[in-house]
Design a protein around this ligand. Structure first.
Ligand code: SF4
Ligand code: SF4
Length: 167
């Protein structure tokens, strides 16, 4: 072998010893994502704790991968989950089908479903890949009441923008 080639190879190795590493020591160090990164979905709440999802299933209709299943039920003043007439009593996303396109987020009229920055989606069986409403719903904000809530009759006859903090 040409000794010049060997020296060139050694020089490349020597140079790389002083370069900063390009790998992240995951999971201790997590790589930052871009602001528009689309990761794991979250179902959002209003400030008062009510769920933004009204069970309209527009997200399911918009999903090109048929990954979302929504079943709606009626709200009552004694058992209220969302400001609308209905709420999603069943909400499931099959993460094995999802292609993280964000069409569900675009279709949602109440900005209830949002693809956030969490990319740590690992599961060991097919059932665990189905994320249900309990897994997707964000925690109740500090000072707010959990759902279902008991509300004053007639409070929720106003339009949705007025309902940001209705009680
Ligand atoms: S991100 Fe796309 S594929 Fe995934 S659930 Fe939403 S619409 Fe369906
Ligand atoms: S997440 Fe949005 S689009 Fe989907 S059912 Fe709920 S309100 Fe409708």
């Amino acid at each position: 072998m040409n000794p010049l080639e060997i020296l060139r190879g050694l020089w490349t190795t020597f140079k790389s010893m002083f370069e900063s590493p390009v790998t992240y020591q995951y999971p201790e160090v997590k790589r930052p994502v871009r602001e528009r990164f689309k990761g794991r979905h979250e179902l959002k709440r209003y400030e008062n704790g009510l769920e933004k999802c009204i069970g309209c299933a527009l997200c399911a209709a918009a999903c090109p991968a048929d990954a979302i299943f929504v079943e709606a039920s009626e709200n009552t003043d004694e058992e209220r989950y969302s400001p609308g007439e209905r709420y999603a009593s069943t909400y499931e996303i099959n993460m094995l089908r999802c292609i993280f396109c964000g069409y569900c987020e675009d279709a949602c009229p109440t900005e209830a479903i949002v693809l956030e920055h969490n990319y740590e989606l690992s599961f060991y069986d097919r059932r665990s890949a189905i994320y249900d409403r309990e897994m997707l719903l964000v925690p109740v904000p500090p000072g707010a009441r959990p759902t279902p809530q008991v509300v004053e009759p007639g409070v929720f006859t106003r339009s949705i923008p007025e309902m940001e903090n209705p009680v």
